[in-house]
Design a protein around this ligand. Structure first.
Ligand SMILES: Nc1nc2c(ncn2[C@@H]2O[C@H](COP(=O)(O)OP(=O)(O)OP(=O)(O)O)[C@@H](O)[C@H]2O)c(=O)[nH]1
Ligand SMILES: [Mg+2]
Length: 458
């Protein structure tokens, strides 16, 4: 039997109401000691899964504390799977800590961050990916992030991963049977069928892995870096999009020496925009450090806006820019279109692959809306429906990738007619990775890491 935990589940500070939550075998006893209904009944006469109007009293001091609503959930049908009481009190910091103090006095101990959800997981109410989704729902700051988290909380990802696990389990049981009854073996036809099934599972896992980029962008936002040689107007564009004078702009090349990061929002997606030091050959030493950071920004960006100055000759610094962004996700932007053009698009197209460059003038504020639309279309796959399952955590991606590696080995072993023992080992490893996503057989240390990121009271 686990001990009884309690916490204030609503944010600190003053508000309309504040909720004190208590879970564990002692929850009912706590309520019996401190809660009275308006008719004087104590909690054991109250029906479960109902809200009850009454008061909190401090029995030792014989003092009335607050008028409250108490919700009583008899386990296992509760958030944690244990007996739970939730006291909705007036939302003052003092009154709620007074009530929490009483709850603690009558047998509960303060809950650790995420401990309620951890118990829900431990008691099998939700699996680990759903527990992670609880944290994601809480921290969601856009519609897309919330939608993806809710889908995961409802168990869409769990169901999919579970089905894949079951399919591998059924293959494993055939392989195990072949080990136990070698005279029957896995005949040729069965091997063929197994390979086809493994390939199907492989493809489905692969699709989930590919959904990571989009899922992560929904959850965390996307990073968009402004890249170009000095003086093309990177900082000017940053300021224009933010509609504030954030970065220093001067007519002198080499003005921005460090990367500058700012947040903006395009529709329902968070964007981290990064202005960078202009790339150029033979920089002086301070600039050199800035350029190193620019290269890191290019590497990490979900999208690079590669900017060229239409009014100045294309030179070897532009060549350097083109070289550094090769094979990276890019949008090409031609700035300073208010000035006379110095080069033709054909010249640029020989240096960089671009189907639809955008022509803008930051000075005249023209073309900026097109950039915003293009960024959005590039980072959000508008074809995905609200029913698509995304993975959005690196932990899930890493396990799925490991599962793919083991499945590849399994398929190879099948194809090379290796003995069943080899096949069973790799298949088992792949299954363990799928199981780890759901939190089956997972180590305590990892659980600490996941649940400590929660707030207290959840
Ligand atoms: N005519 C014209 N000038 C512009 C435009 N955009 C920027 N400029 C000017 O170009 C100069 C350089 O702009 P910045 O935004 O500092 O350029 P940058 O790319 O950040 O330069 P570094 O930080 O040195 O790499 C400034 O004098 C801007 O006013 C434009 O669309 N048209
Ligand atoms: Mg700049």
């Amino acid at each position: 039997m686990s001990d009884t935990i309690a916490a204030i589940a609503t944010p600190i500070g003053e508000g309309g109401i504040s909720i004190i939550r208590c879970s564990g075998s002692g929850a009912l006893t706590v309520a019996q000691k401190i809660f009275y209904t308006s008719t004087g009944n104590s909690v054991n006469e109250l029906s479960s899964h109902r809200v009850h109007y009454g008061s909190i009293y401090d029995p030792k001091k014989n003092k009335y504390i607050d008028e409250v609503i108490l919700t009583w959930f008899k386990g296992p049908k509760s958030y944690t799977g244990e007996d739970v009481i939730e006291i909705s009190a007036h939302g003052g910091g003092f009154v709620s800590s007074r009530i929490l103090g009483l709850v603690l006095e009558y047998g509960a101990r303060p809950a650790e961050p995420g401990e309620f959800t951890r118990r829900a997981f431990m008691n099998g109410r939700i699996d680990l990916s759903q527990a992670e989704a609880v944290a994601d729902v809480i921290s969601a700051s856009s519609d897309k992030a919330l939608q993806a988290a809710i889908m995961q909380l409802k168990g869409h990802l769990s169901k999919q991963v579970n089905t894949l696990y079951e399919r591998l389990l059924s293959l494993l049981s055939q392989v195990e049977a072949a080990i136990d009854f070698p005279e029957e073996g896995l005949d040729f036809q069965k091997r063929e069928i197994s390979i086809t099934e493994l390939q199907h599972v492989y493809r489905e896992i692969n699709t989930l892995v590919s959904s990571y980029r989009q899922g992560r962008i929904f959850r965390e936002g996307a990073s968009v870096a402004f890249i170009g040689k000095p003086n093309v107007g990177k900082s000017s564009l940053l300021n224009a999009l933010l509609q504030e004078d954030r970065a220093i702009v001067t007519p002198h090349p080499g003005t921005t020496r460090d990367t500058i990061e700012e947040k903006m929002r395009i529709r329902d997606i968070h964007i981290n925009i990064i202005d960078s030091a202009g790339l150029r050959n033979h920089p002086e030493s301070v600039e050199e450090e800035g350029i190193k950071r620019t290269l890191v920004a290019i590497e990490n960006a979900d999208l690079n806006l590669v900017i060229f100055d239409r009014s100045q000759p294309l030179d070897n610094n532009d060549d350097l820019v083109c070289k550094e962004v090769r094979d990276k996700p890019i949008l090409v932007i031609i700035n300073k279109c208010d000035l006379l053009e110095n080069w033709s698009m054909d010249t640029l197209k020989k240096k960089i692959k671009t189907d639809s460059p955008m022509f803008i003038s930051v000075k005249e504020q023209s073309g900026l809306d097109t950039i915003i639309d293009a960024i959005y279309n590039h980072i959000v796959d508008t074809k995905t429906s609200s029913e698509t399952t995304f993975i959005s955590r690196e932990r899930h991606r890493a396990h799925l990738v490991e599962a793919l590696v083991s499945l590849e080995k399994t398929i190879e072993s099948f194809e090379q007619q290796l003995s069943e023992e080899f096949i069973a080992i790799d298949l088992g490893i792949a299954m363990n990775h799928l199981a780890a996503i759901l939190g089956k057989s997972i180590e305590d240390e990892l659980l600490d890491q996941i649940f400590n990121a929660f707030c207290i009271g959840k």
